[in-house]
Design a protein around this ligand. Structure first.
Ligand code: C2O
Ligand code: CU
Length: 541
């Protein structure tokens, strides 16, 4: 394999958007941040210098990091933050990932501005499972807040209410039409008539799933979350925060300009940013622009059928060159009820006019981030940092039509992990609920990609639901949308020893406690055990 070196300087940079300006945290002064380029199986050493005024960590989203949780990044889960003025070199170990992934800060809400793409090319002397494109371009969907994101989440935590919504979405850092002061700075993608381009799309948005389309152009999705899929030709996609999609776009319309646009998919009563973002697809050559540039027709924000009709089409490529490895006989099954709820505070100090604050939970436990990282505590046998008693069964079969009792509305709080033996064939069933609010939850697991073998509405039923599973070519992903008032089942082999964070990728929910930790224990050999820690790990204060 090849070794790559990068230097990331995390620092404040001045930006102007939406007729207003602010300084915000970036890597190397850019938003989105720099793209990492590797080939399958390579290794990257990324030295992160923290010039911010608070601690920061970086996560390599979707990179499995075999046996190397030390460089995974979630703050106080696998490391303590890099302190202001200090640096830490992450060793990012690629294995079988191929396509597009991304990196982002994993401290508080800093990922809003601190993120970028990871491009993983095929190994030398191998090729894509599709014709070589004329050119490639990363497209990152982001979210723009006029305010300071750290203040926004700190204020929300102090009052117990909803965090302030974003002011725009962005494509490659630009809000574009129809946002204020944004027409002239739209991101422009230049194409030549007749050529095919590979677009590497990342949803780095904080709190909303997104529909995305290009006016007058169909396109073909060929990879998803760093794995190839059977080609899906479509006029729009739905992509959840955390996910990536590789898209082939042929410039086959009359040379002109066309809008590329994204709009949220949000079927819920919770408040959300309902604006649109756009970029411009610009053909080369001479032509007269139409009086109005065509805008894509995207599904309505609450159109869950449109979202489902796209998502259901995604299947692994699952051929000889790109085989899959879906567990057929499960040895460990974990049920996880996913809820938005509230915490009743003994006094007003936890915020909220009535002494309640918004919360979220997995199996009715609202996760509390420890002050020393779980990985260190596990590796060094420190007690009192986390409990290994994450509930093994849901506390109830959720009654979607019945009243919600206080026992489910008010979760307990704790730092509870689930331990799994090395090599187990694991199934996790996520059951959505409508305790506090029914929403679609993009659940993400670190350290693995897994197979989404089934999904449905209502309650998961152990007798009938498994018969609907797809075990032949399920998509291999790192983030899945658990449907609103429905369930989703994933499977994987627990073949990566380490401490791995699992959480909703809606940042609002993650900060409210919709998180837990899976600890995969060492196997019986050195090759199946966690690597020794790096010597320069940031210390915990
Ligand atoms: Cu992309 Cu734990 O996150
Ligand atoms: Cu969620």
């Amino acid at each position: 394999y090849n070794v790559h070196h990068y230097s990331f300087i995390v620092k404040n940079t001045f930006f102007e958007r939406l007729c207003s300006n602010k300084t915000m945290l970036t890597v190397n002064d850019s938003f989105p941040g720099p793209t990492i380029h590797v080939r399958k199986g390579d290794r990257a050493y990324i030295n992160v210098h923290n010039e911010a005024s608070y601690g920061v960590t970086i996560h390599w989203h979707g990179v499995k990091q075999p046996r190397n949780p030390w460089s995974d990044g979630p703050e106080n889960i696998t490391q303590c933050p890099i302190k202001p003025g200090k640096n830490f070199t992450y060793e990012v170990i690629f294995s079988d990932e191929e396509g597009t992934l991304w990196w982002h800060a994993h401290s508080d809400w800093t990922r809003a501005t601190v993120h970028g793409a990871i491009v993983i090319l095929p190994e030398a002397n191998t090729t894509y499972p599709f014709p070589k494109p004329a050119a490639e371009q990363v497209l990152i969907l982001g979210e723009w807040f006029k305010g300071d994101v750290k203040e926004i989440i700190d204020n929300a935590t102090a009052t117990g209410g909803d965090p302030t919504l974003s002011d725009a979405y962005t494509i490659n850092g630009q809000p574009g039409f129809p946002n204020n002061c944004s027409n002239d700075t739209s991101y422009k993608l230049t194409v030549e008539y007749g050529k095919t381009y590979l677009l590497r799309l990342v949803n780095a948005v904080m709190n909303e799933e997104m529909f995305f389309g290009i006016a007058k152009h169909n396109f073909t999705v060929v990879a998803h979350d760093g794995a190839y899929i059977k080609p899906v030709t479509t006029s729009y996609i739905m992509i959840t925060p955390g996910q990536t999609m590789d898209i082939l776009l042929t410039a086959n319309q009359s040379p002109s300009q066309y809008y590329i646009a994204a709009t949220p998919f949000f079927d819920s009563n919770a408040p959300f940013d309902s604006t649109n973002t756009s970029a411009i697809l610009q053909y080369t050559g001479n032509y007269t622009l139409p009086s109005s540039i065509p805008y894509p027709t995207l599904p309505n924000v609450t159109d869950k059928d449109a979202a489902d009709n796209f998502t259901i089409r995604i299947r692994s490529l699952a051929n000889a060159e790109h085989p899959i490895n879906v567990p057929k006989n499960i040895t460990t099954r974990i049920f996880i009820a996913v809820s938005v709820n509230q915490i009743l505070c003994a006094n007003a100090s936890c915020g909220g006019p009535s002494g309640n604050r918004l919360a979220a939970s997995l199996n009715n436990v609202s996760f509390v981030t420890p002050s020393i990282d779980v990985l260190q505590a596990y590796y060094r046998n420190l007690t009192g940092v986390f409990g290994s008693n994450f509930p093994s069964q849901p506390p109830y079969i959720f009654n979607f039509t019945g009243d919600v009792g206080n026992n489910t509305l008010y979760p307990s709080q704790g730092t509870k992990a689930r331990l799994i033996n090395y090599g187990e064939a694991v199934e996790i069933v996520f059951q959505g609920t409508n305790v506090g609010n029914a929403e679609n939850h993009p659940m993400h697991l670190h350290g693995f990609s897994f197979y989404l073998v089934g999904t449905g509405y209502g309650n998961f039923n152990l007798t009938s639901s498994p018969s609907t599973y797809n075990l032949n070519d399920p998509p291999e992903v790192n983030t899945i949308g658990v449907p609103k008032n429905g369930w989703a089942t994933i499977r994987f082999f627990a073949n990566n020893p380490g401490v791995w964070f699992m959480h909703c990728h809606l940042e609002r929910h993650a900060s409210w406690g919709m998180d837990t930790v899976l600890i995969v224990k060492n196997g019986t050999t050195a090759e199946t055990s966690i690597l020794p820690p790096p010597t320069n790990l940031p210390t915990c204060s």
